[in-house]
Design a protein around this ligand. Sequence first.
Ligand code: AMP
Ligand code: MG
Length: 337
Amino acid sequence: MKIRVFSLLLALAILLTGCNLLPDAGEQPREVSESSIWAMDTQMDLRLYGDTDGVVMAELTATLNRLDHTLSATAADSALTALNESGWTDDRDIVYLASNARKISEQTGGALDITLLPVSRLWGFTTGSYGVPAAADLEALRDRVGMDKLSLTDESVSVPAGTKLDFGALAKGYAADLCRARMEEAGLSGLLALGGNIQTVGTKPDGSDWIIGVQDPNDAGRYILTLRLTGSKAAVSSGDYQRYFVQDSVRYCHILDPETLAPVRGSLRSVTVVANEGLLADGLSTALYVLGREAGTELWRQRGNFEAVWIEDDGVVWVTPGLKDRIADGDCQVIEP
Ligand code: AMP
Ligand code: MG
């Protein structure tokens, strides 16, 4: 089915990249507080309604800064670096993330793999010294990667020497979950844009839907689809336009296929996942990018706990049926249930 819906309301400027926040009509500025910080390698924009004394904003900022430090794979004194050097941690954020990563990995046939850090390094994604590595150097890393390397208990994570973890695929979603929980506890609504991760929280003061935009992979200043979301939802995009290098006219993106140990090559430009939980949406967006549209569609049919938007390199946009009535603007095809 082909859909084309126009909305004059949405002829508005775009604010951010990835999934994007669009300005709201009729919002009540008196109650709005906004803050932008740099954390977890990205700009984070927080908009809260009703945080009159600024206490919750300060708490969210502290949470994001804590996670930035705990989960840094490059900072010498982070808890993640300690795990990657010693092979053991009882850090509670890392234990929670590792156990949830393992669940999502199992659900996606291993497409999500948090042990690929040495592989990312070899391709230059952690340093910016990009280049296609020698096949032998990649193969030499094989016995250090794989989700079977993780040993988890309720309180700890252990990995063998040489295995190194990276939570880049789901850390921002987890951060959004923690912020959402605190806002809900405080009775606040708002909108969080943590890089390409959007988290809506509660209901806008004027009762209208949240409007988010899905970025055009070819144009950071344009949205290809806009969606109306109700209540607390996470919308997370993974794509080949976010971090990549070009060598010999081939584009190599930062999302790696655990089977080939190489950047994903296929016809997908991006996947956006909409779900109730940020961690799930973030982990799935990365995994669905690895899987491609066909396998991702099959996963949606089996599990049904998320909605998704796939943008193909021919420019066609596919959405799951649950988003059909949520499209505010843009052309798309709806996948068969
Ligand atoms: P995202 O932007 O959420 O799709 O996550 C991409 C980041 O996750 C990359 O920059 C890597 O740090 C890491 N990563 C790359 N490929 C994978 C993968 N297959 N599974 C888990 N993490 C990955
Ligand atoms: Mg992700």
